[in-house]
Design a protein around this ligand. Sequence first.
Ligand code: DAH
Length: 328
Amino acid sequence: MDAPALQSKAQSAIAAAGSLDELETARVHYLGRKSELKLALREVRDRETGIALNTARVAIEGALEQREQELAAAAVVADTDFDVTLPGEAPPQGSLHPVTQIRRAVEDAFVGLGYEVRDDREVETVEYNFDKLAFPAWHHARSPRQTFFFDESRVLRTETSASQIHMMEEREPPIYMVSIGRVYRRDTIDATHFTIFHQFEGLAVDEGLTLADLKGTLLHVMRALYGAERRVRFRTHYFPFTEPSIEPDVSCPLCDGEGCRVCKHSGWLEMGGAGMVDPAVFENVGYDPERWSGFAFGMGLERTAQLRHAIPGLRPLWENDLRVLRQF
Ligand code: DAH
């Protein structure tokens, strides 16, 4: 049997097949169980003949496979029901967590005022978290019932205020900075409390700063976060590291101060703490309190996210339920 002649006959037949059916006919004819080639292979007695026949077989199989692919590709293009220009299935797209979105809005508001943004450690020392911020020995936050202690000298920071100390120890005034990050408290978890949350902490130190500067700064930030119509008011309070200390309220963005469920019908929302930097804190970082004055403020990010999106309670922000997070 003339193997090369058979091979070239088969190859032309395969190349001429215009459909998958015709190709199948050629396959049966040249490689089927009763084909000339298969019968000859069964009768092989010597090595040379075996090699020649198998070479033809492999070549014919390859030609079949190649032609099959060509015909299949042509069929896809020819099928008018299938529009190859249609877009594919869109991969699922993520979005930023609402707290991250607020964090960025806060950063934008302060960068617009010329503040620098900084990040500090979450494992803090008692010295920086409390002592240098002039917390008195009796302060309840120093209790292990309220704060996560690693040992006597290290805690998970309970507030971002320690950033004030780090910043002032690193640099001379003027300082305009905002520090944003996670803080930890041993709160019992309920609708509005979680053991982890985020705060932003601001600090300005310069010559001649007054409470009026603090008030103007907070008004700007509240309007950036809650809309141009917002008003702020201040109530006196106590914090260890500011004197005087105040608690800023913003007019309720949901009812515009009319009174609603969210603001408990007062028209105002409590936003955190603020005040003029206590001279004792300046002394703790080696600044001359006669020369420098400053103000500081600290507020929670979750609360801001909650108000902005009218989310009932804080827990949805921590549960990572995609049905919730996909809405932002
Ligand atoms: N650290 C305070 C808290 O977590 C908030 C605060 C109050 C920050 C007054 C300040 C401030 O910078 O001046 O409750």
